[in-house]
Design a protein around this ligand. Structure first.
Ligand code: NAD
Length: 428
């Protein structure tokens, strides 16, 4: 059922470029760049799933374990109609770098199913989720590869997956997956961890990013888990949310949008554009959101939303990448030339994997922490690493993206070197 596949990877080529740029600032042996430049193992599977009308449909699915030098691979599973192996491997590469940036004992992994989940019933979605675990069972495990939620997957999906994995293993295996329901061993504080981590970065570097003395206006692209929590954290801190978008539309209001009202309307109607008409809120073309007047732009949707065709339109002073890979390399260059600071994804959204790490530790220990402890530990790690990356950017006169990759590569390099080199020759 499981077969290796295709060799076309423009997204991964872009990601490798970041590694090479970081390597220019470090003394790294070429064999280490060789190792980190391609995934350790990727698998494709065809999932046959029974539909409610008793027909069978096939879905293409992937799992990538990019590199496990620093520990078991870790990364989410995405359900999306445009998913591809290239995207999965690139996201797994980013997870490797993100875990290194946070100094977590994990390598990078990722998975996906090519599916539009909105076309499936809940029972069909559950059967698909279980089929995924059965197909990739040999690759995954609490000390091998630990999945988590990503775009269009959530705690319920993780619940079905851990149930299936435990049934196959013949014993409860809560540490197999993170982002689970609390009732199945999920951690307190996981649901808002990605946004909370991004918020800590903003607060920690507010002065350095020149956000302390701007008018604190914010636009958020994508209003799902990450975007909604970010909106409420910023709102509570006195920031003014002026623009919001989702896959179905966008709204703008120069006087500010109440974040709690926006979350309520999104939950009730499924679209932010239903806010239009309330308190002076107007609809706008979603393509114009990134060009709206604001201090802080938070992409929290999908990859490559800010690219060479629209980067010159960005008016924000700072972009906080809550999504994975929302700014392309060409857009990065345009933004840098225009003085826009980009806080890179591997720092900005690393709060999610950090609390996933806490969840895994609690599952292994069978001892569960209070919410305060999770919040305190998350803040300490986010503050430590955001400060380190900012200082490194100053010292190396590089962008925050390059300094984050230097920071990650240094740790990966140290781990690979510490393990010696003679065991890595597959031709032995
Ligand atoms: P989600 O599925 O809950 O939300 C995604 C949102 O993006 C939805 O509101 C959707 O309508 C919107 N969207 C889709 N296409 C859009 C478009 N063209 N324009 C505007 N909005 C669009 O997903 P999420 O968990 O919030 O993840 C969002 C991003 O954050 C992804 O890149 C994900 O990889 C990244 N991320 C999430 C987590 C996490 O813990 N949730 C952790 C790290 C990174």
């Amino acid at each position: 059922m499981v077969t290796p596949v295709e060799e076309f990877h423009p997204q991964l080529d872009n990601a490798r470029g970041l590694l090479l740029e970081a390597a220019r600032h470090l003394d790294v042996h070429p064999s280490i760049i060789e190792q980190l430049g391609s995934p350790k193992e990727s698998m494709t599977a065809r999932l046959m799933v029974r539909m409610d009308d008793n027909t069978e449909r096939s879905f293409t699915a992937w799992r990538c374990r990019y590199d496990d030098t620093k520990g078991p691979t870790k990364g989410g599973i995405r359900f999306h109609p445009d998913a591809s192996l290239d995207e999965v491997e690139t996201l797994a590469f980013r997870m490797m770098c993100k875990c290194a940036v946070m100094n977590l004992p994990f390598g990078g992994g990722k998975g996906a199913v090519r599916v539009d989940p909105r076309t499936l019933s809940r029972a069909e979605l559950e059967r698909l989720s279980r089929a995924y675990v059965r197909a990739f069972y040999p690759l995954m495990g609490p000390d091998r590869d630990i999945p988590a939620p990503d775009v269009n997957t959530n705690a319920s999906v993780m619940g079905w997956m851990v149930d299936e994995y435990s049934a196959l293993a013949g014993k409860p295996q809560p540490a197999f997956i993170t982002g689970k329901p609390i009732a199945l061993g999920g951690s307190l504080g996981r649901s808002d961890a990605t946004a909370r981590g991004g918020f800590h970065v903003v607060k920690n570097l507010e002065k350095e990013l020149n956000l302390a003395d701007c008018d604190k206006t914010v636009c958020i692209q994508g209003f799902g888990n990450a975007g909604q929590h970010m909106a409420t954290f910023l709102h509570n801190d006195g920031y003014k949310i002026v623009g919001l978008s989702d896959s179905r539309g966008a709204v703008y209001c120069a006087d500010g949008i109440d974040a709690y009202e926006a979350v309520r309307v999104k939950h009730e109607t499924g679209m932010v554009s239903a806010l239009a008409g309330m308190n002076g809120i107007q609809t706008m073309d979603p393509d114009d959101l990134i060009a709206a007047d604001c201090c802080l732009l938070v992409p929290a949707a999908l990859e490559e939303m800010i690219n060479k065709d629209n980067a010159h339109r960005v008016k924000a002073k700072v972009i906080l990448e809550l999504a994975n890979g929302p700014v392309t390399p060409k857009a990065d260059k345009i933004l840098e030339d225009n003085g826009v600071i980009v806080v890179p994804d591997i720092l900005a959204n690393a709060g999610g994997v950090t609390v996933s790490y806490f969840e895994w530790v609690q599952n292994l220990q069978m001892f569960y922490w209070e919410l305060d402890e999770i919040h305190t530990r998350l803040k300490a790690i986010m503050d430590r690493e955001s400060r380190a990356i900012w200082e490194l950017a100053k010292a190396t006169k590089t962008s925050m993206r390059t300094s984050a990759y230097i920071h990650a590569l240094r740790r990966l390099n140290d781990a690979i070197e510490a393990g010696g080199t003679q065991g890595h020759d597959d031709s032995r």
